[in-house]
Every structure is written in structure tokens, then in C-alpha cells.
Design a protein around this ligand. Structure first.
Ligand code: COA
Ligand code: MG
Length: 295
């Protein structure tokens, strides 16, 4: 597999369908940076460990394929808010972001160059992604939950959510809006430390599906429409919505076919080169962690 310059990558990994063998685990944990290996060991549940591990493998494989950098020489850092970035000298025109929730870990990445126009107004394209499981298991009635979440959405967004005809549709609209907001926040890397009511989306297409990408939702920040931003929305399956926030991606870049592709473990580690020695003691500790049994 190689990645087309000027292209986009949308990968989804089915975490619920992955129960790694010991060999998989030994291999995977030899392909992450030491500080990330230490961080991963702190997760209580295997599900969270697996999700975060797969995110790291996705980043490495994406950068390897997109830049041609040697697999084991790729180095990621995190900024002050925790957002991962590529540390290798800044000549590699890629950006990427990872999200994991429900049964999926996802990566959205973009590669500059090739046929695709490169920059808008001299600015680098940037990407953020968020995946959400469309479910509510909060115990309280949905209306009560919405009231508690009041300050996270603008009046316009609540009008849209509450205008849906039944609770299922309202929940889907809520999750879709949440996903859009998080994709924006994750693109700029600020984390949820801003007033989310000031980040207000207008949703146009009523329905999302798994086979096409909706790109017509728009964003106002502090009441000002944002230029040079585009948002892709789709479903990975009927229970998971995903949003990708793109900044400075030229308007003539057609995004409508950017559905998420399922990637399996073999493909994810194809051509890998270990960074670290095989660590059986570490993996014994991980195998001892329990699954939460997320469906
Ligand atoms: N911006 C963008 N991406 C980030 C990020 C940031 N600030 N921090 C982490 N990520 C990436 C990582 O790859 C992370 O995976 P990892 O946890 O396995 O390393 C992934 O995004 C997690 O994304 P997701 O699965 O969608 O998690 P989430 O829905 O819980 O949201 C944040 C992630 C970053 C938006 C959220 O956790 C947040 O608001 N954090 C606060 C950060 C902050 O500003 N802290 C201030 C401390 S005072
Ligand atoms: Mg998220």
C-alpha cells in the first residue's frame, strides 16, 4: 500500500473485532515510542489500551506511507495540550489526527503535493477527527441529559437537535453535532477549554450514511462564519458517526468520496520495523488487564 501525494486517508479499525494474539501484542508494543509504551501501561482496561495502541500504529503507518520516512525513525511528539505531531524535520507535508470511541479507532490524514493543490493563502492544511458511538446509556431521560449539556451547544444547535422528530433522531443529531465540534477543537488542538457555545454549527443535510460523505455543514465562531474550513461527515456503521475538520484544504479538492475504510491489523503493521526490543514481561502485564466488553 502506498499513499497518493495530494490524497487523503480515512482509516477505521474495528476494535471490537480485534482480540490480539500474544504475537500481535509483542509486535505492536515493539512499534511504539518508549514514553507511549509507559503511558499505555497505565490503562486499567484492555479496551482503552488497545484503542490507544492502535491509534499510535495508525499514525506511524500513515506517516511511513505518506512520507517514505523509515518506519522506525519516525518520531512523534505531543504539544502542550497533548496533540500528537510529527517531530521529524518539518519538510514532510502531512497532517493527521486520531480518535477512538465505541468500537472504532480512526485516523484522518492528508498528504500534500501531487495533483492536489497544496495550500490556501500560503497556509498549511490542517486536520482533526472525532468518532462517536450513537448511544445513550445515561440512565436519566434524554431530555434531562440535554438540559445538563445545555452550555455545550448554541441556541441554533439546540434548535436543530430538538427539531428532530423522535428521541433516536435527536440523539443522532446531538452526537453528530458533538462530533463536528470535537473535530474542530481537535484540529486546532485546544482541547475542550473553550466556550463550546461560541463554536456553532449549521447542519444542512438531514441524514448521514456509510456510503457517502456530507460536506455542507458550516461553522460560526463567535458569530462569524469561518472561511477556509470544511467538514466531512459520515457513518462508519449505523451506530458510529465520524467528522473530519479540514482547514486550508482548497475548495476544489473533492472530499465527497472520503468514506472511512476499514483497516485490519496485518495491513496496519505491514512493512513495520520495530523500534523497541520484544518485551514479554510488559505484554504479560497487559494480557492481565480485563476487557470492558464494549459492543
Ligand atoms: N488536540 C487534538 N488531538 C489530541 C489532543 C488535542 N489537544 N490531545 C490528544 N489528541 C489525540 C491523541 O491522538 C488522542 O489519542 P490518545 O489519547 O490515544 O493519545 C486522541 O486525540 C484522542 O481523541 P478522542 O478519542 O477523540 O478523545 P476525546 O474525545 O476524549 O477528546 C480531546 C480529546 C483532546 C479533545 C479532549 O480530551 C480534551 O479536551 N482534552 C483537554 C486537553 C486540554 O486542553 N487540557 C488542558 C489541561 S488544563
Ligand atoms: Mg472524541
Amino acid at each position: 500500500m502506498s499513499l497518493r501525494p495530494g490524497g487523503h486517508v480515512r482509516w477505521a479499525f474495528d476494535l471490537a473485532g480485534w482480540r490480539p494474539t500474544v504475537a500481535d501484542l509483542l509486535l505492536a508494543t515493539s512499534c511504539i515510542q518508549p514514553e507511549e509504551k509507559q503511558r499505555l501501561a497505565k490503562f486499567v482496561f484492555r479496551d482503552d489500551f488497545n484503542a490507544s495502541l492502535i491509534g499510535r500504529l495508525m499514525m506511524r503507518q500513515f506517516v511511513h506511507l505518506a512520507t517514505g520516512l523509515h518506519y522506525d525513525r519516525i518520531e512523534f511528539g505531543r504539544d502542550l495540550k497533548g496533540k500528537p505531531f510529527l517531530k521529524n524535520d518539518g519538510i514532510y507535508a502531512v497532517d493527521f489526527n486520531v480518535s477512538h470511541q465505541g468500537r472504532y479507532a480512526v485516523l484522518a490524514g492528508l498528504v500534500q503535493g501531487g495533483d492536489g493543490p497544496t495550500v490556501v493563502d500560503g497556509k498549511q492544511p490542517r486536520i482533526g477527527v472525532d468518532v462517536m458511538k450513537i448511544e445513550y446509556g445515561g440512565g436519566k431521560p434524554l431530555g434531562e441529559f440535554f438540559r445538563l449539556m445545555n452550555r455545550n451547544f448554541s441556541d441554533e444547535e439546540w434548535r436543530y437537535i430538538r427539531s428532530q422528530q423522535d428521541e433516536n433522531d435527536q440523539l443522532e443529531a446531538f452526537m453528530r453535532n458533538w462530533c463536528l465540534k470535537e473535530s474542530y477543537v481537535k484540529n486546532v488542538g485546544i482541547g475542550i477549554t473553550v466556550d463550546l457555545r461560541k463554536i456553532s454549527f449549521s447542519i444542512r443535510s438531514q441524514r448521514l450514511d456509510t456510503k457517502s460523505v456530507v460536506c455542507d455543514s458550516t461553522l460560526k465562531l463567535n458569530d462569524d462564519p469561518l472561511r477556509n474550513w470544511r467538514f466531512e461527515e459520515s457513518l462508519i456503521d449505523k451506530d458510529h458517526c465520524v467528522a473530519v475538520a479540514l482547514e486550508n484544504v482548497p475548495a476544489d479538492n473533492d472530499l465527497s468520496s472520503n468514506c472511512f475504510q476499514i483497516i485490519d491489523f496485518t495491513t496496519l503493521v505491514e512493512g513495520h520495523k520495530p523500534l523497541l526490543a520484544i518485551d514479554e514481561i510488559y505484554c504479560d502485564g497487559i494480557i492481565g488487564k480485563e476487557y470492558k466488553n464494549v459492543k
